[in-house]
Design a protein around this ligand. Structure first.
Ligand SMILES: Nc1ncnc2c1ncn2[C@@H]1O[C@H](COP(=O)(O)OP(=O)(O)OP(=O)(O)O)[C@@H](O)[C@H]1O
Ligand SMILES: [Mg+2]
Length: 578
């Protein structure tokens, strides 16, 4: 039975054909994955199905019946629900208020609504509490509220636009369990993701779009991540592995017994101490909501610690405001690109200035240098492959992954000495991810210190020189990224482990067994084999393509390891621009 059929969908924006003759058939009781590179047109297609945008051409059929939506309200009536790539909840309202907003007629706004919310929450294990303020929730909890909101409206087909980008592995598993529950009840899910291993494990069918058009469908059981990646971007899977250590003994950032408490007095961060040296990437592993956001806020100066100190190079910056910290060389890739990274309604070149108003090339003396900023915005668009018709379009009109590339480009362009990177490749496709990893690695070779927070444990392990686990506001454990597996790290993140995590000696039975069978350089592959089959394919493919990913992806920015001063040329234009 067909739940949704999109045929010949075309959608044009000024300067861009976002969708061109797209075909998509979603069957009832299935998870249908929609994959494709950044800017391929996935979100646009889904906004069309959800009635947010009108197609220029093409037809939509729901349950075999042709429909024309002029607003999401029409789509909701036909059982279509969408959880957006970027969440759309009102921060200052409670969960209940957010859920009932616009649907007051369904179950009222009081006891009946609360009962319904609790019922849905329990049925699908969403763990949603109706009376908390949304602003108090982390991204994973917000997402569950969004899903609940859609179910509350009676959706039979759920569109989830990159739902796992913000989740750690355990949360992904929980979400996938939820999706299976939905399927079992005959609901359909359209699932968008750049994580191909996930796609292959959860999807029943896959449609691939590239440059706005359908390029193929794939059957998960018969497809490898590599084949899927090739269909998507026409290139191989990258690896985040850092080849050689560049860690020095020069401290760049030293945090000493930092403490930050919530208004009620509960410690959100407690006794946080660490040092990051020049050339070192310190990875923080943790289930979202364990203090990562507060730590980042404290480091960039959005919140001030109650006690403890932060030293940057030779200065105590504990009391400095955000702008001063940035001017002194702290870069910031925020966790939530819409709240802290971009002015959505402003053009790209203005977004180039954001957060760096007083710095070159955006300013000359006390004046803004608009031309400087515009030229440099063009350079960033070029260097970071931001897919856009120009620098005058608004940030809102960029696809999610392209917004992310713009932010990374902006922050890296100021040559930070210390970079706070919260999920730096969230929502970017496999090709762009490799490019961003290369940019970070290259800066690291030149002495950049990085605090890396990522829900992508392969990225976290692959890029980090040092790993710490954060749990309930404290750094509870550390691990060696050279030997730890994602599974071991994942179980440590739930609070099971403290102290130094030895590879193969965690509580996790599976990991232990897996570890016993490994030889030195095959650790990752073998360990993964024993854990899940899906992971294996990803890891194996990644390893095989490690060579080519390192050498082929972005040859123009690649430098020979160990000779930091040799190839100056890639930096030259940037120095001029400064
Ligand atoms: N409102 C808009 N105005 C102008 N251009 C738009 C608008 N929405 C999308 N586009 C353009 O349409 C193209 C497709 O964007 P879309 O957001 O659908 O991509 P996507 O496949 O979801 O990418 P990502 O993986 O990065 O989220 C992009 O080139 C984007 O810049
Ligand atoms: Mg998108």
């Amino acid at each position: 039975m067909t739940a949704v059929e999109l045929a010949g969908i075309t959608k044009r924006f000024p300067g861009v054909v976002a969708n061109h003759d797209i075909h998509l058939t979603v069957h009832k009781g299935t998870v249908h994955a929609l994959v494709g590179e950044n800017g391929a047109g996935k979100s646009t297609l889904m906004k069309i199905l959800y009635g947010m945008q009108k197609p220029d051409e093409g037809t939509i059929a729901i349950d075999g019946e042709q429909v024309a939506f002029s607003s999401p309200a029409d789509a909701i009536v036909r059982g279509i629900g969408m959880v957006h790539q970027h969440f759309m909840l009102a921060d200052n309202l409670t969960v209940l208020e957010n859920v009932v907003l616009g649907s007051e007629k369904l179950y009222g706004i009081g006891a009946r609504a609360r009962r319904k919310i609790n019922e849905i929450s329990e049925r699908y294990g969403l763990g949603v509490r109706p009376d908390v303020l949304v602003e108090e929730l982390g991204v994973a909890a917000r997402q569950r509220v969004e899903i609940l909101k859609v179910l509350y409206r009676g959706a039979r087909t759920l569109i989830l636009d990159e739902p796992t980008a913000v989740l750690v592995p355990q949360e992904v598993d929980a979400l996938f369990d939820n999706l299976r529950g939905l399927k079992a009840e005959g609901l359909s899910v359209i699932f968008i993701s750049h994580k191909l291993g996930e796609v292959l494990s959860v999807a029943d069918e896959i449609t691939v779009i590239r440059r706005g058009t359908t390029v193929g469908t794939a059957v998960p059981a018969e497809t490898t991540p590599r084949q899927l990646a090739e269909l998507m971007v026409g290139s191989e899977l990258p690896t985040p592995q850092t080849a050689e250590s560049t860690v020095t003994d020069r401290p760049v950032l030293t945090v000493d017994t930092l403490r930050l408490a919530a208004p009620g007095g509960k410690a959100l961060l407690d006794d946080i101490s660490f040092t990051i040296h020049a050339g070192e990437v310190l990875g923080i592993a943790g289930v979202e909501g364990n203090g990562q956001t507060e730590l980042v806020d404290a480091l960039i100066g959005l919140r001030h610690a109650d006690s403890g100190t932060i030293r940057f190079l030779d200065a105590d910056i504990t009391a400095l405001p955000t702008r001063k910290r940035r001017e002194q060389g702290i870069g910031y890739i925020p966790e939530d690109r819409h709240r802290h990274g971009l002015l959505l309604e402003a053009p790209l070149w203005e977004n180039r200035i954001l957060g760096h108003v007083t710095e070159k090339p955006n300013s000359k003396g006390v004046w803004l240098d608009l031309k400087g900023a515009q030229d440099d915005a063009r350079r960033i668009v070029e260097t970071y492959d931001v897919r856009t018709p120009g620098i005058d379009v608004t940030a809102a009109s960029l696809s999610g992954g392209n917004q992310q590339k713009l932010i990374v480009g902006r922050e890296m362009s100021h040559k930070p000495r210390f970079l706070i990177a919260a999920h730096p490749t969230r929502g970017v496709d496999v090709g762009a991810q490799a490019a961003i990893w290369d940019h970070i690695r290259e800066a690291r070779r030149e002495g950049l210190a990085v605090l890396l927070i990522s829900a992508d444990l392969d990225e976290l392990i692959g890029l980090s020189d040092t790993l710490r686990v954060i749990y309930d506001g404290r750094l509870v454990a550390d691990a060696d990224p050279g030997t730890i597996t994602p599974e071991e790290l994942g179980s440590a993140m739930t609070g099971a482990a403290t102290g130094h995590l030895e590879h193969g000696e965690t509580d996790d039975e599976t990991a232990v067994t897996a570890a016993t069978a490994v030889t030195a350089d095959e650790t990752a592959v073998t360990a993964a084999t024993a854990v899940t089959d899906d992971e294996t394919a990803v890891t194996a493919a990644t390893d095989e393509s490690a060579e080519s990913a390192e050498t082929d992806k972005t040859p123009e920015i690649r430098k020979s390891p160990g000779s930091p001063e040799a190839p100056e040329s890639p930096e030259a234009p940037e120095d001029e621009a400064r």
